[in-house]
Design a protein around this ligand. Structure first.
Ligand SMILES: Cc1cc2nc3c(=O)[nH]c(=O)nc-3n(C[C@H](O)[C@H](O)[C@H](O)COP(=O)(O)O)c2cc1C
Length: 357
């Protein structure tokens, strides 16, 4: 018996085992959650113009990302506080990604330190960075990631302030006393449980990010390590071009899964202008709303090299730990494989815009 048949079913299973507070933190978005829904609707609004009588008997899903060949164009998105979903948290999801040969992106706000994640997984690891007001703390984090063999530095650029997650405010969301942001010493603010009357998370993040960060800081960041720099959260052609001009090796077209600026443009809709502006000068990826193999095919047809998967990983983790995350990733891979066969696309290069209507 498979654990679940698709990425919607596993969300229902996760919801049944999570506290309402944890489920709301994971599922929710900013304000009216219009962008959360719009990210999905953008995929559903595209139809597929499939080709027939193409030899698809041998299909290749592998793609190259920052010098490494990976078996499918899928990357685990950075997600904070994964031990809230399952006691094994990031260790379980990183291991599941490694078992599939896929990159796992560790959040700055992981509940497992980056060294512990490295020790648990032999697979490719990326590190997602929030720049702390104390630049020394940031410098130290980047050095630790590089020393632990992380292969890309993913700078999240859509959180100058944290979006208003009204579900978390209503629930007074905070981590239990046994969980903390493990990359930080407690005295550096690693404990987002202080009651604050609203969301404990919001007040925590406010202390941990620097709203003054700007383009001129990228050179400093690039100089901290030799990891390729990836900017996550870009949705405009002009910003994408600036990112390339400032030496970014990659861009993730993303609106943070609808958790930051509500009514922000759906990622899929922003993707073509970013791809055109970058013009091959950096690797373009996207995230937000990927739930089916056909979604991955649509993103790649619009020019993404790969996609990041966010909430479904959490649902797999909550429902069945490491095996659940493995199933989420392998389901998505298998769905993409089938979609490619039915589209008449034997490899990723054959996923072209003419497939879309
Ligand atoms: C619970 C949760 C926590 C997240 N934490 C982070 C984070 O720490 N850093 C980050 O850059 N993005 C974070 N994100 C955003 C994801 O990396 C990703 O952009 C988003 O989830 C993609 O949309 P999807 O969930 O529809 O796949 C988080 C998303 C969720 C749902």
């Amino acid at each position: 018996m498979p654990l679940f048949h698709n990425l919607y079913e596993v969300e229902e299973q996760a919801r049944a085992v999570l506290s309402a507070q944890a489920y709301d933190y994971f599922a929710g978005g900013a304000n009216d959650e219009i962008t959360v829904a719009a990210n999905r609707r953008a995929f559903d609004a595209l139809s597929l113009r499939y080709r027939v009588l193409v030899d698809v008997s041998r299909r290749r899903l592998s793609c190259r990302l920052f010098g490494r060949e990976i078996p499918a164009p899928l990357v685990v998105a950075p997600i904070a506080f994964q031990r809230l979903a399952h006691p094994n948290g990031e260790v379980a999801s990183a291991r599941a990604a490694a078992a599939q040969g896929l990159p796992f992106t560790a959040s700055t706000f992981a509940t497992t330190s980056l060294e512990e994640i490295r020790a648990a997984s032999a697979g490719p690891l990326w590190f997602q960075l929030y720049v702390h007001e104390d630049r020394g703390i940031t410098q130290d984090l980047v050095a630790r990631a590089a020393a632990a063999g992380f292969e890309a530095l993913v700078l999240t650029v859509d959180v100058p302030e944290i979006g208003r997650r009204e579900r978390d405010e209503r629930n007074g969301f905070r981590l239990g006393a046994d969980l903390r942001a493990a990359n930080f010493l407690p005295q550096a603010g690693g404990a987002p449980h202080a009651p604050s009357g609203g969301s404990g998370l919001a007040s925590f993040v406010r202390r941990m990010r620097d709203a003054s960060l700007s383009w001129k800081d990228l050179e400093w960041l690039r100089g901290l390590s030799s990891m390729p720099l990836v900017l996550k959260g870009v949705v405009r052609a002009d910003d994408a071009k600036r990112a390339v001009d400032h030496g970014a090796a990659g861009i993730v077209v993303s609106n943070h899964g609808g958790r930051q600026l509500d009514t922000a443009i759906p990622s899929l809709q922003a993707l073509p202008e970013v791809v055109a502006a970058v013009d091959g000068g950096a690797v373009v990826m996207m995230d937000g709303g990927i739930r089916r193999g056909t979604d991955v095919a649509k993103a790649l047809a619009l020019g993404a090299r790969a996609v990041m998967v966010g909430r479904p990983v959490l649902w797999g983790l909550a429902a069945a730990g490491e095996a659940g995350v493995e199933r989420v990733l392998s389901l998505l891979r298998d769905e993409l494989d089938l979609a490619m066969a039915l589209l008449g696309a034997p490899d990723l290069a054959a996923l072209t815009p003419d497939l879309l209507a």
